[in-house]
Design a protein around this ligand. Structure first.
Ligand code: PRP
Ligand code: URA
Length: 209
């Protein structure tokens, strides 16, 4: 069974509180999401493999270790996943970025695919699927499935807020996937919104409501 990591660093929880706040305006919302994504990238890369290198200090040779950034891929689920990409790239600038376009049908809550563009070497990369919201889990599951069907087998999921229902759905359908979240909330409402959540992440990021 994949593990669930709750990124409960005080800085993340502080910023998440402003992200949730209905009075936080679009620009600040976007900035906070960007900052939390950077902080979560720090957590998600904790066990990333390092490569040994030699460097020369001003006084002697030294053994060093560096991250081989070319092995990473970020896969934001459009639209809202886009809000977390730049924050992660600040720490992992060599990662490539693939996009999966899905929207959730408001009636059925099922994900509808409308766009997929992935790096050509995606199967060789360790992938982080990014979406602020894990509600029913339909969008995350469809994205992970799509990546697996294309031969990807090193996948993690990073979300800001998850509902217990979404965590369970991903664990049942993709038990090999580790999930990183800043918070697991109480439940879903009858429209599939996370309670208390933050509302509609895409609309709040892009000011479309
Ligand atoms: C939101 C969110 C996730 C999805 C989560 O996207 O960003 O992708 O819903 O819900 P689920 O776990 O029940 O699938 P939405 O469909 O609103 O599209 P948007 O990002 O374009 O606004
Ligand atoms: N998508 C969102 O943007 N918010 C939710 O609470 C659920 C799905």
């Amino acid at each position: 069974m994949g593990k669930v990591f709750i990124c409960d660093h005080p800085l993340i929880q502080h910023k998440l509180t402003f992200i949730r706040d209905v009075n936080t305006k679009t620009k600040d919302f976007r900035d906070y999401v960007d900052e939390v994504a950077t902080l979560m990238a720090y957590e998600i890369t904790r066990n990333i493999p390092l490569e040994k290198v030699k460097v020369r200090t001003p006084v002697s040779d030294a053994d060093g270790k560096i991250i081989s950034g070319r092995m990473l891929g970020l896969i934001p689920i459009l639209r809202a996943g886009l809000g977390m990409v730049d924050g992660i790239l600040k720490l992992l600038p060599a990662a490539k970025v693939g996009h999966i376009g899905l929207y959730r049908d408001p009636e059925t809550l099922q994900p509808v695919e409308y766009y997929v563009k992935l790096p050509t070497d995606v199967t060789e990369r360790e992938l982080i699927v990014i979406d602020p919201m894990l509600a029913t889990g339909g969008s995350a599951n469809a994205s992970i499935q799509l990546l697996k069907e294309r031969g990807c087998n090193q996948i993690k999921l990073m979300c800001l807020i998850a509902a217990p229902e979404g965590v369970k759905a991903v664990q049942e359908e993709h038990p090999d996937i580790d999930i990183y979240v800043a918070a697991i909330d109480d439940r879903l409402d009858e429209h599939g919104y996370i309670i208390p959540g933050l509302g509609d992440a895409g609309d709040r990021l892009f000011g479309t409501k």
